[in-house]
Design a protein around this ligand. Structure first.
Ligand code: ZN
Length: 546
């Protein structure tokens, strides 16, 4: 064989096929599960497992090892026949799905040939329990159908799912357990301001964190994962909280003799798809299995894991409006304050599950000095004013004639976040149903009120006219005619215009409904001289002009 050809063969050989780069590149075309993790339900999982078994009959074991509280089968997939047994389970928290498709993708990849795959299956027995908590997954909730957190049930063993996990450990005596979860998507890597896309833990088996040969293996496994994934999430890998948790499974499995690696999937780097979390799990798990098969991960340096910064929470916001002056009731004057808020969307929104729920609410996270916050989106509000969005009343059921989606979008673009619709009792149901039908993020929210409720200061009697300028006064003219005008300065009128009570509308946990205003000349506070630069209604910008 010519030497160059031999070299090429060597480079493309077994090790190269299981390099992190090769696995990362292979996943989009080789993965078995194309349903995004948050959309995968138990029924589809069962049929995928049956298909997998049918295609690889004789090389794979599929065993129903237990049933959930609601009688859903929980299955164990067994691959390989090697002496080193590895037990991997996912989604013991029903709303933490990212690794579940990865487990099936890993099985498919190992069964679809190649000498490195064969080596793994000779040296190890890979034991996979995808979706340990199918009842929670069905509800997309953390807990099982008994309202118990399975990961706090290792001692009490009140849940059938927890009893199953313990019995699997006793029966199979794995040399390593891998516990697959998702963490808060706003967790950061220490105080670096980078999202912790993956967090790792070589779980301790006692309060002192005693080292043992098994825990050393778990640390080497974490080091392998950190090394393999770091090119794809630069700076985005952290170490999970190491405190001994006496009720948790990872801690107790380690104490019972099976060292456990915890892998938590967090927020994908800004701009990247949520499905990358499944892809990262795929690369991580195959890298770990390959290292276990070759030499029990002997070449991995535990210091790589030990040197990872710890998880940090509270330092990340979805949107940060920084550098501006906040002007809101009850005070009459603007003051220097940043405003940070989150968009609390369920996971299913980002990947558009067919049956998924819609976007969630926004929540103001911080008002004040935001300099320590990192954010997915930063908005420079230097020399700008930040005001709470406007609120207005609409009177009578007859308003249904003009209250269309387009009219509401136009009202929203002019800065109105809330509409109070005063309706006589006979028309209430119809008004409620129209309000629900028209509701959507980035549109004014309509609340139906009894006819006699006192109206808000601003009243809207029909679809807004086109504003004559981009200023706040032009917007108010277009919404209400000239009836809003008075001689008083804006600071004294903010409570009227925003429909507020005694408390500041923009405060932690309130909806992020606000206006960003640009003074036409420095220091201007007159509505004629303040241009509306941006509008956020419950955290979303209204639809652009049609
Ligand atoms: Zn969890």
């Amino acid at each position: 064989m010519p030497p160059l050809f031999a070299l090429a063969l060597l480079l493309s050989g077994p090790a190269a096929a299981f390099s992190p780069e090769a696995l990362w590149e292979a996943w989009p075309s080789r993965r078995l599960v194309t349903t995004p993790a948050p959309c995968l339900r138990h029924a589809e999982l069962v049929s995928l497992l049956r298909d997998l078994e049918a295609r690889h009959r004789g090389r794979i074991g599929l065993e129903e090892v237990g049933r959930s509280v609601e009688d859903r089968p929980i299955q164990l997939l067994t691959l390989g026949s090697g002496p080193r047994r590895v037990l991997l389970w996912s989604q013991m928290h029903g709303d933490e799905p990212s690794a579940t498709p990865a487990l099936l993708d890993v099985a498919e990849h190992l069964l679809s040939g190649g000498s490195e795959a064969a080596r793994i299956l000779e040296a190890t027995t890979v034991l996979l329990v995808p979706m340990l908590n199918p009842d929670g997954a069905e509800r997309y909730a953390r807990r099982n159908a008994q309202a118990i957190d399975i990961n706090r049930d290792a001692l009490a063993l009140s849940t059938p799912e927890g009893r199953l996990l313990k019995s699997l450990r006793e029966r199979l005596q794995p040399a390593l357990g891998v516990n697959l979860h998702d963490q808060d998507r706003r967790t950061t890597v220490g105080e670096t301001g980078v999202l912790a896309t993956i967090s790792l833990l070589a779980v301790a088996g006692d309060p002192e964190g005693t080292m043992s040969p098994g825990r050393a293996r778990a640390k080497r496994a974490c080091a392998a994962v950190a090394r393999a994934l770091s090119p794809y999430v630069p700076g985005g890998i952290a170490r999970y909280d190491e405190d001994w948790n006496p009720r948790a499974f990872g801690d107790n499995l380690t104490a019972w003799g099976t060292p456990v690696v915890l892998i938590e999937s967090g927020g994908p780097p800004p701009g990247r798809r949520r499905e990358d979390l499944t892809r990262l799990n795929f690369v991580a798990l195959l890298t770990m299995l390959s290292g276990l098969a070759v030499d029990d991960l002997a070449t991995e340096d535990p210091a790589v894991y030990e040197g990872l910064p710890r998880n940090d929470t509270g330092g990340w916001a979805d949107v940060l409006i920084e550098g501006g002056e906040l002007w809101q009731p009850p005070g009459p004057l603007p003051y220097r304050a940043d405003v940070a808020f989150d968009l609390d969307d369920p996971d299913s929104v980002g990947v558009a599950c067919a049956a998924g729920s819609g976007p969630g609410p926004s929540l103001v996270r911080e008002v004040g000095d935001g300099r320590l916050l990192s954010a997915a989106r930063r908005i420079d509000a230097t020399d700008r004013l930040v005001l709470p969005a406007l609120a207005a009343s609409v009177r009578g059921l007859a308003a249904r004639e003009w209250m269309t989606g387009d009219a509401l979008d136009a009202i929203g673009r002019l800065g109105v976040a809330r509409l109070r619709w005063h309706v006589e009792p006979a028309g209430r149901d119809e008004a409620e149903s129209l309000a629900a039908q028209l509701g959507r993020p980035g549109r004014p929210a309509i609340s139906v009120a009894p006819e006699g409720t006192s109206p808000l200061f601003l009243e809207i009697a029909g679809p807004p006219r086109r504003p004559k300028a981009a200023t706040l006064s032009a917007a108010l003219d277009a919404l209400t005619g000239v009836r809003w005008r008075s001689g008083r300065p804006l600071g004294e009128r903010l409570r009227d215009l925003t429909g507020g009570g005694d408390d500041p509308p923009l405060a932690p946990d309130a909806p992020a409904s606000l206006l960003l205003l640009r003074p036409q000349v420095a220091g201007a506070t007159d509505p004629d001289r303040l241009e509306i630069e941006a509008v956020f209604l419950d955290g979303r910008e209204p639809a652009l002009e049609p």
